[in-house]
Write a protein that binds this ligand. Structure first.
Ligand SMILES: [Zn+2]
Length: 259
């Protein structure tokens, strides 16, 4: 199928293509990810995600459409809810910074497809600067390191796996253009005074992440294709809904509960 902005997030596209977010869902819980691919479960659209989409839509020039499609961002009196008033102030702040805007000033929401380990993969780039760089826009709480169970203290790019996203985007763009472009995160925070920055993910980090993607993507594709059974994480929303006790939880399992 040919992807466009209308079908990119659709059911058919997620069956036919692996994406970074689908891969991340599989690495969290294979069972839940498969349920999602099969249309049996959809993740609730959190306010945090909506705020990110609001800012994305502004830079894409599609904010009017976004607002029309998301009446839930308004209060009864028609004014924006606090989170989106804040999104407006984030937009205003980063728009006033010439360097930030230089990085955002690429071609918006560009879709590419390619193959990694012979598996079709799709990606959509926030700001694509042909021949120069790939930029992805992120809005987050702050830039402090984040504790990730089993991995320790990670910077926000590692913690949210934006490095994995960069690795896959870079590879897919390389397959389409023959150029391996640097990957940048253009990020802004939801703090009272917005912090913002442009962060380059080092090539050696991208290389490691691409290898990690390659290591697991075949297994996830086999699960999508029904060749192997998905494993349950045992404690996500989908696993909780379909849980059936078989034995007591061991002390070690309890200590590893978040993993
Ligand atoms: Zn689960």
């Amino acid at each position: 199928m040919n992807l466009n902005s209308g079908n990119y997030y659709g059911r058919e596209a997620s069956r036919e293509y692996m994406s970074v977010s689908q891969f991340k869902a599989f690495s969290k819980c294979e069972f839940a990810a498969l349920e999602e691919v099969n249309g049996n479960y959809s993740r609730a659209e959190s306010t945090a995600l909506l705020v990110g989409s609001y800012v994305d839509a502004y830079f894409e020039g599609t904010l009017d459409l976004f607002v029309a499609q998301h009446p839930e961002i308004r209060k009864r009196d028609g004014s924006l809810k606090a989170d989106f008033v804040q999104a407006e102030s984030i937009i205003e702040r980063i728009s006033s910074d010439p360097m930030f805007m230089d990085y955002m000033n690429g071609e918006k929401q560009v879709i590419f497809t390619g193959e990694i380990e012979e598996i079709p993969v799709k990606c959509k780039i926030d700001a694509f600067h042909a021949g120069r760089m790939i930029v992805d826009l992120k809005v987050m709480r702050d830039f402090k390191p984040i504790y990730v169970p089993g991995e320790g203290r990670l910077n926000f790019i590692e913690a949210w796996k934006y490095d994995l996203q960069g690795a896959v985007y870079q590879e897919i763009v390389f397959q389409n253009t023959g150029k391996r472009l640097p990957f940048f995160i253009a990020a802004a925070t939801k703090e009272v005074s917005t912090d913002f920055g442009i962060f380059e993910v080092p090539q050696e980090v991208l290389d490691v992440q691409l290898d990690l993607f390659k290591a697991d993507v075949r297994r996830y594709q086999f699960i999508k294709d029904g060749i192997i059974e998905p494993e349950r994480c045992g404690h996500c929303e989908v696993c909780r809904q379909t849980k059936k006790l078989e034995k007591p939880t061991t002390w070690e399992e309890l200590n590893a509960y978040e993993l």
